[in-house]
Design a binder for this molecule. Structure first.
Ligand SMILES: CSC[C@H]1O[C@H](OP(=O)(O)O)[C@H](O)[C@@H]1O
Ligand SMILES: Nc1ncnc2[nH]cnc12
Length: 289
């Protein structure tokens, strides 16, 4: 089946397969930035094609700092995807965002330090705008889809991405709370920024799995705790995606499809041919042939 997938889903911790898909086909994709974290599974949901990949690989062997975020996003772009949902486990930094709840965040705080966070460089400079890092339209639909699943869902909140792989100290956790952060994870930066550079609509479905380490009456986060909460939520996440697919009409009225239009600064004649070729999928529409 050659129909382009409308939606890409990047599964995080605990979501390594999307069992609800029908007519499944698994493909290996290569990009100018290397291989994505896993083979990509194409399948049908509610009569529409979607693409699924596992962020940490099948068997969860890739650290948050080692994920090839560029290859993951570029691979989805190559397949013709226009919408991407990143599914993530996260810790809560607020009392009212409880383990078992979903959050569709509206802000992002990048506290990572050792990641490739742009497709650009090597002679082609772009400064992408990410004031609102998540697509507002897709986030709105995702919130509706999640609300329709019967789960408790929070619309909005600031998601801080730490480098990991270790969890936070209590001092760090309390500082993030004092800064007004709502939830904490290790992967949304740079995934969201790369999706914006690729002019994809991107939103996050965050499962709250724990209260990080700040809560005085709850156990500090552990992998065991995250996976226990997630295993109860994996079916719900797929239900949310099913609802979302039903809401997507493929007509994008947000600014994501033109995100690069005001971002490129390099004089076209200065762009090395090799870089131009590598990024052609992203930049050809803005540069002379
Ligand atoms: C398994 S606990 C820490 C791990 O879980 C989250 O992963 P993801 O965002 O891919 O769901 C967090 O970011 C860490 O990578
Ligand atoms: N408390 C936490 N900190 C960072 N990443 C997480 N993923 C799930 N829970 C987390």
């Amino acid at each position: 089946m050659n129909e382009k997938p409308i939606l890409g889903v990047i599964g995080g911790s605990g979501l390594y397969r999307f069992s609800a898909l029908e007519n499944v086909e698994t493909i290996e994709v290569e990009t100018p930035f290397g291989s994505p974290s896993s083979p990509i599974v194409l399948g049908t949901l509610e009569g529409k094609r979607i693409a699924f990949l596992a962020r940490h690989g099948l068997g969860h062997f890739i650290l948050p700092s080692e994920v090839n975020y560029r290859a993951n996003i570029y691979a989805l772009k190559q397949l013709g995807v226009e919408y991407v949902v990143g599914v993530s486990a996260c810790g809560s930094l607020r009392d009212d965002y409880r383990p078992g709840h979903f959050v569709v965040p509206d802000q992002l705080f990048d506290f990572t330090r050792a990641r490739q966070r742009s497709f650009f460089g090597e002679g082609l400079v772009a400064h992408i705008g990410v004031a609102d890092p998540f697509c507002p339209n897709l986030s709105g639909l995702l919130y509706r889809a999640a609300s329709g699943s019967g789960a408790t869902v929070h619309r909005g909140g600031t998601f801080i991405t730490i480098e990991g792989p270790r969890f936070s100290t209590r001092a760090e956790s309390n500082l993030y709370r004092a800064w007004g952060m709502s939830i904490i994870g290790m992967t949304t930066c740079p995934e969201a920024f790369l999706a914006r550079e690729a002019e994809l609509c991107y939103a996050v479905l965050a499962h709250v799995t724990d209260y990080d380490v700040w809560h005085t009456s709850e156990e500090p986060v552990s992998v065991e705790m995250v996976i226990r909460t997630l295993s109860e939520n994996v079916q719900a996440a797929q239900e949310v995606i099913r609802n979302l697919v039903g809401l997507l009409d493929g007509v994008r009225t947000c600014e994501c499809p033109q995100a690069l239009s005001k971002a490129l600064i390099t004089a076209p004649e200065k762009i090395p041919l090799e870089t131009r070729r590598k990024l052609s999928l992203l930049v050809d529409k803005y540069l002379p042939a």
